[in-house]
Design a protein around this ligand. Structure first.
Ligand code: MLT
Length: 407
């Protein structure tokens, strides 16, 4: 008899964004003439930067010729991309990260979801609340939790983000081994300072813990004093893995390219107390289960680092950040407290009531899709998230409709 992994039965009914898509589809079916504007899932709408498109085309042409054809690539990514990443995203900041510490992949979602596989089932896991649901769900699937009760899984240590702490959680009061952090934060848009990140790195060093640092939205940081990578923080090379993505800065959500940095100095321990390099474990996992991102996609990603690519990516980021500022201003004018939208494309709005009710109000009265904060955890109840990823025209129309519905 084939038996299931019963941990899956502990999961909440469906993945948040699938649940929203289902409600939106039902709304569309009931209102076929409607004109919905989607500011829910953080999916980009602008085309790929021209520099990436040119590189993509050239690489596709290479695939058409036997002399320049590429079959399987190195699982960890081509050197040309890993070197460009190490140099531009880390060494340029003074962070000591080498090309062979970069693992190119098809998404930060997959990497941040899969990374926990290389650790023991009985580790103590600290997860922020509100949070990107992938970190929680993958630990549930792996059997690191008990049942869900009142929206929280037994066995996880929740790091609460609230208005009082600006959605930057405090250090846990009990010892933990694996810590998920995401800055600029999805969903709240909050961004940690150097001093705050230093506290986490110091905590991890003191407790032989590891930080999984999701920096998928780093390109949206506007304040020059804020850290662009956890490796700008002293000691982080020993205790932090960083996830990055080309999805949000360069519009690769449909093209798929991301990377994970695993410094060779990060250690985890056997039950007997013997240190094992996390890099080697992840390399073993990655080479067993992943067979590299396609050559044309990696060439397109490399072009992000060309002079033209850098200018075009900066334009894309500026475009979405203008939307973000506008959304935040409009919601504040309507009397709603907001955070985010300053160093992040997400605006986190105090709905002054139930999140899903507010979601339904915007859907039914304004034909605008947002994301209910409750879907990101108990501390997200009472909030909604609006994403700045859409055209200017759609954002302006959406805000006019929201004003009419709520004003
Ligand atoms: C989101 O809306 O939170 C993101 O699109 C999620 C993701 O990038 O997977």
């Amino acid at each position: 008899m084939i038996k299931i992994n019963e941990n899956y039965l502990k999961l909440q009914a469906s993945y948040l964004f699938s649940d929203i898509a289902r409600r939106v589809a039902a709304h569309q079916q009931a209102n076929p003439q409607g004109d919905l504007i989607k500011l829910g899932i953080g999916d980009v709408t602008r085309p790929l930067p021209d520099a990436c498109i040119q590189a993509f085309h050239r690489a596709v042409d290479e695939m058409a010729d036997e002399a320049s054809f590429h079959g399987y690539g190195p699982e960890q990514g081509y050197d040309f991309l890993r070197e460009a990443i190490a140099k531009n995203d880390f060494q340029a900041l003074g962070a000591d990260i080498q090309a062979d510490e970069i693992f190119v992949s098809d998404g930060a979602k997959c990497d941040s979801g899969n990374f926990q596989e290389i650790f023991a089932t009985d580790i103590r896991v600290a997860i922020p609340d509100p949070v990107y649901p992938v970190y929680v769900d993958t630990n549930v699937m792996a059997g690191r939790t008990g049942e869900a009760k009142d929206g929280r899984y037994e066995g996880l240590v929740y790091l609460e983000g609230t208005k009082a702490n600006g959605f930057i959680p405090a250090l846990p009061s009990e010892p933990v081994d694996l810590i998920y952090l995401c800055f600029p934060n999805n969903p709240t848009g909050a961004m940690a300072t150097r001093e705050q990140l230093q506290q986490w790195v110091d905590y991890a060093r003191d407790h032989k813990a590891l930080i999984l640092y999701d920096a998928a939205y780093v390109a949206f940081i506007q304040d020059p004093d804020l850290p662009r990578s956890i490796y700008e923080i002293e000691g982080a090379r020993e205790v932090a893995v960083e996830f990055r993505s080309f999805s949000k800065n360069a519009g690769f959500t449909g093209t798929r390219c991301a990377y994970t940095v695993v410094p060779k100095s990060c250690m985890a321990w056997t039950a007997g107390g013997e240190a094992v390099a996390v890099h080697g474990l992840w390399n073993r996992r990655h080479t067993t289960k992943f067979n590299s991102v396609s050559y044309p996609v990696q060439r397109a990603a490399e072009a992000v680092y060309s002079e033209a690519g850098q200018e075009q990516v900066a334009e894309l980021v500026a475009y979405y950040m203008t939307n973000a500022r506008y959304i935040r201003e409009q919601m504040e004018e309507l009397g709603y407290d907001c955070i985010g939208g300053v160093n992040s494309p997400y605006i986190w709005i105090d709905a002054k009531g139930d999140s899903w009710d507010f979601f339904d109000t915007l859907l039914n009265r304004a034909e605008v899709v947002c994301t209910p904060g409750a879907g990101f955890g108990r501390c997200g109840e009472g909030y909604i998230r609006i994403s700045a990823f859409n055209s200017r025209d759609n954002v302006e129309r959406a805000m006019a409709r929201i004003r009419a519905a709520l004003g």
